[in-house]
Design a protein around this ligand. Structure first.
Ligand code: TXE
Length: 469
């Protein structure tokens, strides 16, 4: 069985302890992932601290060139890493699966390499000139989740190193191997110590985020863990970018052509088996269109091949882990017990954490499947009578990551969109993130934004040079 390692200072680090990682589709072993200790965390942070002094001094052009070399490494190893993602995380190679995740890794590396944050004159008159420089923060602690393990790691790593920081990243304990391998490969073109890993569960995450010598925390995960990280950061006063998932509502406006939007709605909800932070998790449909929308979604769901994602014909894989599998099953069982209509589609294999694609009708606000983030392939479809009622429903929960409005009339859609409380409101698409467009949550979905120039600013500190003329 293959044993994988952490990388610190560009070298593989031996671990005393390991955990076996199993394929969620088959139960087969993928290999042994290292379990770090608190002292490993200290070593990685100290290494990153030392390396940061040199990396910050490297010219801007050299940093950009280095990141372009990272892009090439990702492209050259794309198939190897995509297969690891599929075996470890479960999303299929095909469709919007692990090859798609690798394309995103490349895109989200290319864009920061092309962006610049030059010094900016913020004020000038006859007597003074004030120039805002963006300088690195120092050492970034990154905590990644298991749903899009490589793509989200890249979101955390690349802007950080682009702006002269160094990074210690901890992948999720559910999906460490592909990330450790990606970092090992990237390190072939990065100076030693710029990108380091530790691995293990929440205890190692806590050791990293409470370390007094870190300067920034990037976190994507659950709200409960986000709150713990805020508390942990009081030792270092490190600023935090928090992406805490959501419970995104989609509203289909009355009279919208159901067939035209069905595919967008389907993948908006079932991308990565619904295990996506900005997925449609509540679908609000006007009473008069309800049957048409449910029928169009059912037709699509019926045709989706479900199974082991290593088989190129499959477009839908398993849930990633037992915790998530049980959570989704429990929410669907609760809906069924409360008289909802549970419509299940697809034939699922006997082994693995597979669930059928599920639409749940005859359901209302206040029921658990609507109010709790299911993070899985069970979509509640809720009827509404008036647009005001749909907007109030969409806004009534604490979550505020994404939302969407679906309509034939774009003007009307925009009027509804501006009333929705979310970091991004998409129109006739959902979860359509882009490396140039800032992305982040409102309310309990977190704070701070990633991507584009705003994302780069978030991994710098402002320094003003104020000159008397
Ligand atoms: O999340 P955790 P889990 C949601 C989704 C899911 C639920 C729980 O609803 O069902 O969260 O998933 C690390 N200090 N999302 O348990 O615990 C942990 O090791 C520092 C939405 O996997 O938040 C992992 O690396 N780090 C989400 C990472 O935090 C700690 C994606 C995320 O794990 C820590 C994932 C601590 N005290 C789950 N405790 C999204 N936003 O897309 C744990 N970790």
């Amino acid at each position: 069985m293959q044993t994988y390692s952490n990388s610190v200072n560009g070298q593989a680090v031996e671990a005393a302890d390991h955990q076996e990682i199993l394929n969620p589709a088959t139960g087969d072993s993928i290999g042994l992932a290292p379990i770090s200790t608190e002292s490993d965390v200290g070593f990685a942070v100290n290494t990153a601290r030392k390396a940061q002094l040199n990396w910050a001094r490297v010219s801007d052009q050299e940093k950009r060139d280095t990141i372009v070399r990272v892009t090439r490494v990702l492209e050259e190893n794309s198939e190897y890493l995509a297969e690891l993602i599929t075996r470890e995380q479960g999303k299929p190679l095909s469709g919007p699966g692990s090859r798609f995740e690798m394309q995103a890794c490349v895109g989200w590396t290319q864009v920061p390499a092309a962006l610049e944050l030059p010094p900016e004159i913020v004020y000038e008159d006859e007597e003074r000139k004030d120039v805002l420089h963006r300088v690195p923060l120092g050492v970034v602690a990154a905590i990644a989740p298991w749903n899009w393990p490589l793509m989200i790691a890249i979101w955390q790593i690349i802007p950080s190193i682009r702006m002269g920081n160094t990074v210690v990243i901890k992948p999720s304990e559910y999906t460490p191997i592909a990330t450790l391998e990606m970092v090992r490969l990237i390190n072939q073109v990065l100076p030693p110590g710029v990108l380091n890993t530790v691995s293990g569960d929440g205890r190692i995450g806590a050791a990293l985020t409470s370390h007094p010598d870190i300067d920034k925390i990037m976190f994507t995960g659950s709200e409960a863990t986000g709150r713990r990280i805020i508390e942990a950061s009081t030792r270092s006063l490190a600023p935090i970018t928090l992406e805490l998932g959501g419970n995104d509502a989609a509203i289909v406006l009355p009279g919208t052509d159901a067939d035209a939007i069905a595919e967008g709605l389907f993948w908006g909800a079932f991308l990565n088996m619904g295990q996506t932070c900005a997925c449609i998790k509540r679908l609000y449909v006007h009473d008069s269109d309800y049957e048409a929308v449910v029928n169009a979604l059912s037709n699509l769901a019926q045709q989706m091949p479900i199974g082991d994602g290593m088989d190129e014909k499959n477009l839908i894989g398993p849930l990633q882990n037992e915790m998530q599998y049980n959570k989704v099953k429990d929410l669907v069982a609760d809906a069924r017990a409360n008289g909802c209509e549970v419509m299940e589609f697809g034939t699922i294999p006997d082994t693995g954490y597979f669930l059928p694609l599920t639409l749940v009708g005859n359901i209302r606000d206040g029921q658990r499947l609507v109010d709790e983030e299911q993070f899985g392939p069970a979509l509640p479809v809720i009827r509404y009578q008036s647009l005001d009622e749909a907007v109030a429903s969409a806004n009534r929960l604490d979550a505020g990551l994404g939302a969407s409005v679906w309509a034939d009339d774009l003007e009307q859609a925009q009027q509804v969109a501006v009333r929705l409380e979310a970091g991004t409101v998409w129109i006739n698409q959902h979860g359509a993130i882009h490396p140039m467009v800032p992305f982040g949550g409102n309310k309990a979905s977190g704070y701070g934004v990633e991507f584009g120039l705003e994302g780069l600013k978030a991994v710098t500190q402002p320094r003003v040079i104020s000159i008397k003329k």
